[in-house]
Structure formats: C-alpha cells, structure tokens
Design a protein around this ligand. Structure first.
Ligand SMILES: [Zn+2]
Length: 179
C-alpha cells in the first residue's frame, strides 16, 4: 500500500486507506482541510489495505473512482474481506456491520486514465494493469510532480512502468515518488 491525500480548493482526494487507519486518517484530513468535503477516493488496487475505507468515505458523499479492472476484482473480494475483518476483531464493528458492497465499489470507472480536478491541484489516475495484482493504479500530480506509486514497486516491472507512464515529468529529476 502507498497512501495519502491531497487537499484542493474544491475538496479532498484520498488515495488508499486501510480500515485500522481510518480514524487517524480522518483526523489528519480534518487538521489540514478543515471542513472541505472529501470529494474522491481511489485505490492502488483492490486489496483490503487500500479499499476497506471506501464505503465510509462514500457514505460522507465522496465518489469512489476506480479502473474497470479494480471494480471487477473488488466485487467478489469485498464481502469476503469484511467477514475476515469481523473475525479478526481489530477495528470498530460499526465500521463493518451492515456494510454494503455497492458503497465500496467505484461509482466512476475508467479504462486507462482519468483526471480529477480539485481546483488548485489536478490528480491523474493511471491504470497500470498487472503488477502483483491485475489492477494496479497509480496517482500522479503533474504540476507538483508527485507520484503515489501504489503497489507498482511489487512485481518486477511495475515501478519502471509507472515512471514511464508519467512521461517527461519523470525524466526531469523533479519527480518525487511518494512511497
Ligand atoms: Zn495493497
């Protein structure tokens, strides 16, 4: 997992969140973003360390954005993950009970890439396809040259592919991978 959030004039973009980190994440967002709305949540891939907060953000009005492949992987995975979290008993049960898979699923999907306009910041989501799972997505801030490389560094060619996807932004030496 590779995680973080971006605060723009129009609201907040969240990249990946693991349920045990949810309370801390909300606190961090509020301390920086004040009352600005959480507009978008995206995931580096479908695994629980990235996606288990999707529905909690969606309930507050955030839009889950994900590649079609992520959606395909998440649909069967999500209910199983909720059951295993309930067994492990490591997060508040209210975050798991009555959970609807539809709320965790992307409401906007894309094939290759999509641009999210936050006002003062722009976030590009780029589907890399297969790294160690079939549905890796990276998030790239072209102006700031900040890369959320997600799990692309697992599985051999993922990180070089991530770097080549962001093009000349990567070759001018100002790119800052955020691992
Ligand atoms: Zn992960």
């Amino acid at each position: 997992m590779n995680t973080g959030f971006v605060v723009g004039e129009r609201g907040v973009f969240v990249f990946a969140c693991d349920l045990p980190d949810y309370d801390r994440r909300i606190e961090a967002i509020r301390s920086v973003a004040g009352g600005k709305p959480i507009r978008f949540i995206a995931n580096g891939h479908h695994a629980g360390d990235d996606t288990t907060c999707n529905d909690l953000f969606a309930e507050q009005g955030a839009i889950v954005v994900g590649s079609r492949e992520l959606a395909r992987q998440l649909l069967p995975y999500c209910p199983k993950r909720v059951q295993s979290e309930l067994k492990q008993d490591r997060v508040k049960r209210e975050y798991l009970e009555g959970k609807k898979v539809e709320m965790a699923m992307p409401a906007i999907t894309f094939d290759d890439r999509i641009t999210l306009e936050l006002g003062s910041h722009v976030v590009e989501l780029i589907s890399l396809g297969k790294t160690h799972t079939p549905d890796t997505t990276i998030a790239w801030l072209p102006k700031e040259k900040i890369l959320f490389a997600a799990d692309s560094r697992h599985g051999g060619t993922g990180l070089p592919r991530a770097v080549s996807e962001v093009g000349d932004g990567a070759s001018n030496g100002r790119r800052r991978p955020a691992f």
